[in-house]
Design a protein around this ligand. Structure first.
Ligand code: HAM
Length: 417
């Protein structure tokens, strides 16, 4: 039997319903704050991610699904959404739109990672991006909106960590300082950390094996310039005022190289080793790095599968059925084609009239059909044979109607729509 590829999974209807709920919350919360939906293609030029996400990131180094198409173009299934959105912003001249441009997305992403609970090769993200606003209010608004989405989905045991990376200049000076500091301790550090000293020394804070040495390492947050420190202090004050609790993390690094200033991550205790439920930050240099004019940006993305894993099971109302149409006698034992055709037309017309209507499709007997209609919690059943009988499933009352034409008006009259 052919199975779904490793690290992918089928979204079956029960999970689909929970995803719809997430989409509804996103639309309400993000739409209400002025964010508009955007979706970018499933694959992009490989160079976009190499330049946007950063050559030293794990994503670019080992996790991209890259292929060459018939036109000899190197393409990559999108591993994240921020670089594609910045590409779309530039390509469509969105800088001409009133600023800031606020966008959200809900789409699948691809990373060739080792598979474990909450870590897949195809996963979905809900994301939000604000392009064209540099102030700390944007950062705080984004952080609070993600908290609201997580809360709406009943995500349990969330914790928020925030930090600041400063501007590229501060970060570069700090990286040089940290690289020197690490070089002086090479013998105490694991090989993978030493290998990354020149590419991105800050990733050393990510390594559990280097944790004991890194305790004494210089911290970027202690090197922030006045403007960056003030920006960060304002973000914190706004979060404090909003009553959002957070931990300051002086070594917070995320797996993407484009961040500047504010950085944040939500984890959930309800998840295992892959506890990051969502995160993001500011990326003021990204658009320029991709060839655009200097434009500030900030945003986040949250893993849909992780939200559902850590989220509460919420009661989901089954789809209602206004009318279920049966043929008598059952079609398999030779119901006349005229009744079958009448039944088909009735279900079709009922849907056109705005009713939720289903036709019995497997040749059930009237008795079995009524049982099935009961299981579907159908409000009415029409039994089409010699004439048409309409059964009110709430009262149990059954009426013979003069013709099929009266079924829909009768339901619409009696129906509490
Ligand atoms: P990220 O931290 O790489 O950020 O991914 C965001 C979220 O996607 C993670 O917190 C996690 O919940 C989920 N996720 C990532 N990889 C996987 C995986 N293999 N399986 C399941 N879930 C996963 C970004 O992608 C940035 N683009 C976020 C951002 C937007 N920053 C600014 N704007």
């Amino acid at each position: 039997m052919i199975e779904a590829p490793k690290g992918t999974h089928d979204v079956l209807p029960a999970e689909g319903a929970r995803r719809e709920l997430l989409e509804q919350h996103a639309r309400k919360l993000l739409g209400g704050a002025g964010y508009h939906r955007i979706e970018t293609p499933m694959f992009e030029a490989t160079e976009l991610f190499a330049r946007g996400v950063g050559a030293s990131s794990d994503i670019v180094q080992k996790e991209m699904y890259t292929f060459t198409d018939a036109g000899d173009r190197s393409l990559t299934l999108k591993p994240e959404g921020t670089a594609p959105i910045c590409r779309a912003y530039m390509e469509h001249g969105m800088h001409k739109l009133p600023s800031p441009v606020k966008l959200w997305y809900l789409s699948p992403f691809f990373r060739a990672e080792n598979v474990q609970r909450g870590r897949q090769r195809q996963f979905w993200q809900l994301g939000a991006e604000v392009i064209g606003a540099a102030g700390p209010e944007t950062d705080a608004e984004l952080i609070i909106l993600l908290a609201e989405v997580l809360e709406a989905m009943g995500v349990k045991g969330t914790r928020l960590k925030i930090g600041s990376l400063g501007t590229p200049e501060t970060r570069n000076a700090y990286r040089a300082e940290l690289a020197l500091w690490l070089r002086a301790r090479e013998s105490e550090l694991p090989a993978e950390v030493v290998a990354r000293i020149d590419l991105n020394p800050m990733r050393a804070f990510d390594s559990d094996a280097a944790a004991a040495v890194m305790v004494d390492a210089p911290r970027l947050m202690d090197r922030l310039n006045d403007e960056d420190a003030e920006h960060f202090a304002t973000v914190r004050r706004l979060l404090d005022n909003a009553g959002l609790s957070y931990e300051l993390d002086t070594t917070l690094v995320r797996g993407l190289d484009y961040y500047t200033r504010t950085l944040f991550e939500y984890t959930s205790d309800a998840l295992g080793a892959q506890s990051g439920v969502g995160g993001g930050g500011r990326y003021d240099g990204l658009i320029e790095q991709l060839g655009g004019r200097p434009t500030p940006g900030a945003g986040w993305a949250a893993g849909v599968e992780r939200i559902l894993l850590a989220g509460a099971e919420q009661p989901i109302a089954p789809d209602s059925v206004d009318l279920y149409v049966l043929v008598a006698p059952p079609s398999e034992s030779g119901a006349d084609p005229a009744s079958r055709s009448l039944a088909f037309d009735l279900a079709h017309e009922a849907r056109r009239a705005g009713l939720a209507a289903q036709l019995e499709l497997t040749g059930r007997s009237v008795k079995a059909g009524l049982k099935h209609a009961d299981r579907l919690k159908a409000r009415y059943v029409a039994i089409v044979g010699e004439g048409v009988a309409l059964k009110d499933m709430e009262s149990g009352e059954q009426t013979d109607l003069a013709s099929a034409d009266v079924v829909i008006p009768t339901i619409l009259r009696g129906h509490r729509l």
